[in-house]
Design a protein around this ligand. Structure first.
Ligand code: PLP
Length: 359
């Protein structure tokens, strides 16, 4: 029961549920009636242990994880995972298979090469990553196969889990918990929290225990997943507030009905926006239709002056974060879990009006 004054389509950090902002604000002033701020409670107190426990158990519940999988909340953003993963999973003489489906995947490939051999099984770089490569073979002896489930910058998304016996490692930073999938099929899942699950400063790692302990190189304690598992994500002082915001966001998702419930809403949001784009020739979606992302919708207009004009209209109507990534141009509309359908309605109405005016 609040009126939306700003429609936040930012790609990340991005919108979170309003009640999460309210609860987090209250917790800064007085955490659960303790007279203490969440920012001043010790991370080894029962007060914070409850927070970590609920964040982990809610993740397990939402993802329907089996007992082979562990959930960790670690520092360093998804970019740290680009190197922490090969450091923990890839011996120097071994090969890891990578899919080059976007700018973020490319960065992951660069880091993996520091620790072992990398085979890029397919790439869509030839067409500026506007499609998801298909029909590639994953070498059966690869230590793992890494891919990005949703390409945040380019606006493409993998709509199925690749069929392979090689352990799957996925960067789910921009679509984690937005759609139902069999999370147990993954050897390792990671995601920066700042889009679908919480505040910047923490990332979620879900790892199957049998993936660990295979590498021969010595691992710094803070880089070793096994150490974090043993310490329950409390190896050192964790990003307390960021984990708290994750816990609140996960709790919100659970109360909403879980991943299936949010997927239904996400389908409506993406459906409305893509239908509008397909109907109005003034806007041109940039990616292959079958690979369209339900989280980041990318489109351009063929006239730069019109783009500027539409951007100004968006701004005048309280919409933020609509400008495309500098590498693609045009527009990028992010439809993360917390974005209300109402924001998409307002945007598509503006698009309809704009197209009519320019017809
Ligand atoms: N991977 C993907 C798919 C992303 O969208 C991003 C950030 O936008 C990253 C990795 C990098 O995340 P971080 O800034 O948390 O390191």
């Amino acid at each position: 029961n609040y009126s939306i004054v700003v429609h936040n389509f930012n790609a990340g950090p991005s919108i979170l549920p309003k009640e999460v902002f309210e609860q987090a604000s209250q917790a800064i002033l007085d955490y659960n009636g303790t007279g203490l701020s969440i920012l001043e409670i010790g991370h080894r107190t029962p007060l914070f242990q409850e927070v970590v426990d609920e964040a982990i158990s809610t993740t397990k519940e939402l993802m329907k994880l089996d007992s082979d999988h562990e959930v960790l909340f670690l520092h360093g953003g998804a970019s740290t995972q680009f190197f922490q993963i090969p450091m923990n999973l890839l011996n120097e003489q071994e090969t890891a298979a990578y899919l080059d489906g976007g700018v973020w995947g490319k960065k992951a490939i660069k880091e993996a090469k520091l620790y072992g051999k990398v085979e890029v099984v397919a790439s869509s770089k030839d067409k500026n990553y506007t499609y998801i490569p298909k029909g590639y073979a994953i070498p059966a002896d690869a230590a793992y196969f890494h891919y990005t489930t949703n390409n945040t910058i380019e606006g493409t998304q993998m709509h199925a889990i690749p069929e392979t016996n090689v352990p799957l490692v996925a960067d789910m930073s921009s679509d984690i918990l937005s759609t139902v999938m069999d999370f147990n099929r993954f050897g390792l899942i990671y995601a920066g929290a700042q889009k679908n699950i919480g505040a910047a400063g923490v990332n979620m790692v879900v790892v199957r225990k049998d993936m660990l302990g295979r590498v021969t190189r010595p691992l710094p304690t803070m880089m070793d997943y096994r150490e974090h598992i043993a310490a329950g994500s409390l190896l050192n002082t964790p990003p307390v507030f960021a984990i708290y915001v994750c816990m609140l966001t996960l709790r919100w998702l659970k109360q909403l009905g879980g991943v299936a419930a949010i997927e239904a809403i996400n389908n409506r949001k993406a459906g409305l926006l893509y239908d509008t784009l397909d109907k109005l020739p003034i806007f041109r979606p940039t990616v292959a239709k079958e690979d369209r992302s339900k989280m980041n919708v990318v489109f351009v207009m063929d006239d730069e002056a019109l783009e500027k004009e539409f951007l100004a209209e968006c701004k005048a109507n309280g919409m933020v974060g609509v400008k495309g990534h500098r590498s693609v141009g045009g527009f990028r509309i992010s439809l993360y879990n917390a974005l209300p359908l109402e924001s998409v309605r307002v945007l598509t109405e503006l698009m309809n009006e704009f197209a009519l005016k320019k017809a």
